[in-house]
Design a protein around this ligand. Structure first.
Ligand code: IPD
Length: 297
């Protein structure tokens, strides 16, 4: 793949992200014109579909031989991530926030080669925050069109001590019953509870509503950990590249797997730190205990 110009592709992704941002900001989504997919907590709007159409056209016209996986055109059981150069796109990550005008939604544009996250571009148009990364070339945040800041934002990130000093991103997702839901409730409770009550008593939990932004915040060092099961490759592929380039690590959201698949649907991201990343992963896995999340790819 030596002939693939990663910088050129990233430049295109950034231009596409800005166009998508303009589409999001001029749209007027509401509960009334949005539809649902799996259930009433799994929303999709006209904008999700229109942005994905624009993105696939703009990416596949210059790169017709590359694969494309998008949230809105994914076909269960048929669309699979392969080793081919692949664009992995969530046109609007944080659709529920978008519908409510809660300012945490973005476009997430990932690019994989051999299933490895190689380029990531995440853009929150509401805050004009652009997160970018290319494998081996670092990760950056550009705010309000200003200077690129290298991630993590702190030049010398603090060591990680234990979960009790961590700010943790975690999400309910759209499944609100069943074993996965019960496990999430148990883990949320255990993370929050005092040590006397068998908990980890973390600083706090955040449910931001966008997996891509959650991972970007971990890359930036503004959140220490992100744990989720149920989200998809298009929610995480871009953030994954940015996270690794910022010194973070990605383990599985289920205990025991240090090398999760991009489309494995169970993720545990830990920020860059000179010490303690592995301990944090092990401590999180200890909180999960014998439970296992089960999501089909
Ligand atoms: C969702 C968001 C949410 C996460 C869900 C995702 P969408 O993506 O990332 O934070 O909990 O698992 O599906 O539907 O807004 O693109």
């Amino acid at each position: 793949m030596a002939d693939i110009n990663l910088q050129e592709i990233q430049d295109l992704l950034i231009s596409v992200a800005h166009e998508a941002g303009r589409m999001m900001l001029t749209a007027t989504p509401s509960h009334l014109d949005s539809g649902t997919k799996k259930n009433s907590a799994d929303l999709v709007t006209e904008t999700d579909r229109a942005v994905e159409k624009m993105v696939s056209t703009r990416l596949l016209t210059p790169y017709p031989t590359f694969s494309f996986i998008g949230e809105e055109t994914y076909v269960p059981g048929k669309t699979h991530l392969t080793t081919a150069p692949t664009f992995i796109v969530d046109p609007v990550d944080g659709t529920t926030n978008f519908v409510h005008a809660f300012p945490a939604f973005c476009i997430s544009l990932g690019f994989t080669i051999d299933k490895v996250p190689t380029i990531g571009v995440i853009y929150n148009p509401f805050l004009d925050e652009l997160y970018t990364g290319i494998k081996g070339q670092g990760a950056f945040l550009t705010r309000n069109g200003g200077e690129k800041e290298r991630l993590p934002l702190r030049k010398e990130p603090e060591p990680l001590v234990d979960l009790s000093t961590c700010l943790i991103g975690a999400e309910w997702g759209s499944d609100r019953s069943g074993d996965n839901f019960e496990l999430k409730c148990k883990v949320f409770r255990k993370l929050a509870a005092t040590k006397e009550n068998g908990g980890a008593m973390v600083h706090s939990l955040r449910c931001m509503g966008s997996a891509a932004l959650n991972i970007a915040y971990v890359a930036a060092g503004q959140q220490d950990v992100f744990w989720e099961g149920g989200c998809w490759a298009w929610d995480v592929a871009a953030g994954w590249c940015i996270l690794i380039e910022a010194g973070g690590i990605m383990a599985s959201g289920n205990p025991g797997d240090w090398e999760p698949e991009v489309d494995g649907r169970k993720y545990l991201a830990v920020r860059g730190a000179p010490k303690g990343q592995k301990q944090i992963v092990e401590e999180m896995w200890g909180v999960i205990g014998d439970g296992r999340m089960d999501y089909q790819s």
